[in-house]
Design a protein around this ligand. Structure first.
Ligand SMILES: Nc1ncnc2c1ncn2[C@@H]1O[C@H](COP(=O)(O)OP(=O)(O)OP(=O)(O)O)[C@@H](O)[C@H]1O
Ligand SMILES: [Mg+2]
Length: 349
């Protein structure tokens, strides 16, 4: 089986006639980590609910682990684990009691059950709260409890709907490690998140959903590369516009500058006027600004692959000692904003 999940024109129209997911076609390769991005209300949770057989699609279909969500919901449920956006554990039971119920539902052998729960509680660091009721836990602790309960039957396919929201930075990292480890052991992960860094770092593929449709799908790097490509073509369009005009408007000029230039920031150990002069004359450097903390903020050619290297060469050959350097690349956030900027207001309401 190549794909853990396939959807064919998957559609959900809610009772109030609102179309939340609109003919979604999506493939998620087996044993991969898939990141699902999209603005609030885009249809991510609705999609996950259909794939986990919590709600029925209105039309279209989907397979999970090769099973059809309509025809074989029991088989689908057996394959998957789910950490929902809203924690759905029994509030007047403890983590252990909730996890035991899940384990029994999925037929986890009794002699393994409690050890597994213990190990998972240890893994996400929640053992200290094992005697508390779910209703007595903090938001982040509830998330952890939800993870324990959803992992106890070792699901092949794990759905995580914004699992790190409200988690402290240390716990977030623990969860990221856990996701990576599960994936290394062959589990497929579907991760819904608004944390671009998280998605960029963890996911093999990313799909961006907007008003119920898939508007972009690629690897994180592929998405960023295509943004650069699209910026390049926007640049040539803008240049064409300029050549056809007598006077160039201020906004066209700003557009042009924004597309054409990117940031490079350098901190030198031995900054002096001579080196600054060399940098100013470096062929790719369009502007230079010395920040309060001594960093040199440069604007350089956005599309020349050798621009950074050439600027560095000039700095080093003039005797500059580089303490730190960073460049600003297009981020997944830039891709997200571009891909979701053209919103059909009618489809949102
Ligand atoms: N039970 C429901 N009845 C009617 N409309 C609903 C229902 N549940 C969700 N919707 C609508 O469907 C759309 C998609 O909701 P969904 O929860 O799938 O979004 P989401 O992408 O998960 O958003 P978020 O990032 O905020 O979690 C929203 O416009 C929402 O108002
Ligand atoms: Mg949601």
């Amino acid at each position: 089986m190549k794909n853990a999940i396939e959807t064919y024109d998957l559609t959900k129209v809610y009772n109030n006639n609102f179309t939340a997911v609109n003919s979604l076609n999506l493939e998620i390769p087996n044993k991969s980590i898939f990141g699902m991005l999209g603005p609030n209300g885009a249809g991510k949770t609705t999609t996950i609910k259909m794939l986990t057989c919590l709600i029925q699609p209105t039309s279209g279909s989907a397979t999970v682990g090769g099973y059809d969500v309509r025809k074989n919901p029991d088989e689908v449920r057996n394959l998957l684990g789910m950490v929902p956006q809203q924690v759905s554990l029994y509030k007047d039971l403890t983590i252990i009691e909730n996890s035991q119920m899940c384990a029994d539902y999925y037929g986890v052998p009794r002699d393994e059950r409690d050890d597994r729960i213990e190990d998972l509680m240890e893994l996400v660091d929640i053992k200290y709260a094992k005697d508390k009721l779910i209703s007595q836990l903090s938001g982040g602790q509830k998330q952890k409890a939800s993870l324990v309960a959803s992992l106890v039957h070792r699901p092949d396919i794990l759905f995580l709907d914004e699992p790190t929201i409200g988690l402290d930075p240390t716990t977030k990292r623990t969860l990221w490690d856990l996701i990576t480890e599960l994936n290394d052991n062959g589990h497929t992960i579907i991760l819904c998140s608004h944390d671009m860094h998280e998605v960029d770092m963890l996911c093999d593929n990313v799909g961006i959903i907007n008003t119920g449709n898939l508007v972009a799908y690629d690897t994180p790097q592929g998405l960023k590369d295509s943004l650069l490509e699209s910026n390049k073509s926007q640049l040539s369009d803008t240049l064409a516009e300029i050549s056809s005009q007598d006077k160039v408007s201020k906004s066209t000029k700003t557009d042009l500058e924004n597309i054409n230039l990117r940031k490079m920031s350098v901190l030198l150990k031995n900054q002096n006027d001579e080196i600054i002069d060399v940098i100013k004359k470096s062929s790719h450097v369009k502007s230079i600004e010395i920040a309060h903390n001594g960093r040199l903020n440069l604007r350089i050619d956005a599309f020349d692959e050798l621009a950074v290297q050439d600027v560095l060469k000039d700095i080093i050959s003039s005797g500059g000692i580089v303490k730190s350097i960073y460049t600003e690349e297009p981020s997944l956030e830039d891709v997200f904003i571009k891909a979701t900027s053209e919103v059909d207001e009618n489809a949102r309401a």
